[in-house]
Design a protein around this ligand. Structure first.
Ligand SMILES: C[S@@+](CC[C@H](N)C(=O)[O-])C[C@H]1O[C@@H](n2cnc3c(N)ncnc32)[C@H](O)[C@@H]1O
Length: 225
């Protein structure tokens, strides 16, 4: 049963965010209820889908250094840790409260899902880690009110040359914000390989949001951003 005294947070509010500070404020109050009241109640299947796509593109037995971009409470990392058990997963997010929840997530062997968790605003120049990651993954962060194509190009510098990006982009946001031309420009300038796209449902059948789609976009970084 819903508690009407709890602050009501919904997708409409999340999609209406305008600034990084808005994100910090919203996720500060959403962190503790995000998993149960957003992800579970809405049958949020996107993290599992993107983790599965990512796992299909790499050698599952190698100890890959992976960065979860906008890791939030750690749902993507948790799914990935089950599929890529040898991987070392770090996470980055603007919200310390979401990161705190992520820090409590455990792998099947009861070790923490994440090695390091970084607090950073990804619209700003990247300086939070010296690691050159083999893989970067992201779900739910390149969407309305959150990160756009400039931030996508910005985070490419977290990957080593030859590193794999697997980024989910809300399909409407992709069309509205110029991701296509940003990716084309990056491909033309040989910064990245030609991207591949897989359309996925963000929520499962039966969810009130069933039909919301994301384009899981994967490519290699060819030269340092
Ligand atoms: C919808 S949540 C997705 C979280 C997680 N990836 C998932 O699928 O459950 C979006 C996340 O993006 C983070 N975020 C929003 N703006 C950001 C920014 N400018 N820099 C870094 N993280 C940001 C939020 O704090 C939030 O945790």
């Amino acid at each position: 049963m819903r508690d009407d005294n709890k602050p009501s947070i919904n997708l409409q509010k999340a999609y209406a965010l305008e600034t990084p500070e808005d994100s910090r404020n919203l996720y500060r109050i959403w962190a503790l209820t995000y998993d149960a009241e957003f992800a579970q109640e809405n049958d949020y299947i996107y993290p599992q889908s993107i983790a599965t796509i990512c796992a299909s593109l790499v050698d599952a037995s190698s100890p890959l250094a992976i960065l979860d971009i906008g890791c939030g409470t750690g749902i993507v990392g948790t799914c990935l840790s089950e599929l890529l058990q040898a991987s070392l997963i770090d996470g980055v997010d603007i919200s310390p409260e979401m990161l705190h929840v992520a820090s409590t997530k455990l792998r099947v062997d009861t070790k923490p899902v994440y090695g390091q968790l970084f607090e950073a605003d990804l619209t700003q120049p990247i300086s939070f880690s010296n690691t050159q990651y083999d893989v970067a993954i992201s779900a739910g962060t390149f969407t309305h009110g959150h990160l756009g194509p400039d931030a996508l190009i910005n985070v490419l510098s977290t990957l080593r040359p030859g590193g794999l990006m697997v980024v989910g982009i809300n399909k409407e946001h992709f069309g509205a914000k110029g991701f296509k031309s940003a990716l084309q420009k990056a491909t033309d300038s040989k910064l990245i390989s030609a991207p591949a796209f897989t359309e996925v449902q963000i929520y499962d059948e039966g969810s009130p949001h069933y039909g919301d789609l994301a384009l899981v976009t994967s490519f290699l970084v060819l030269s340092p951003a």
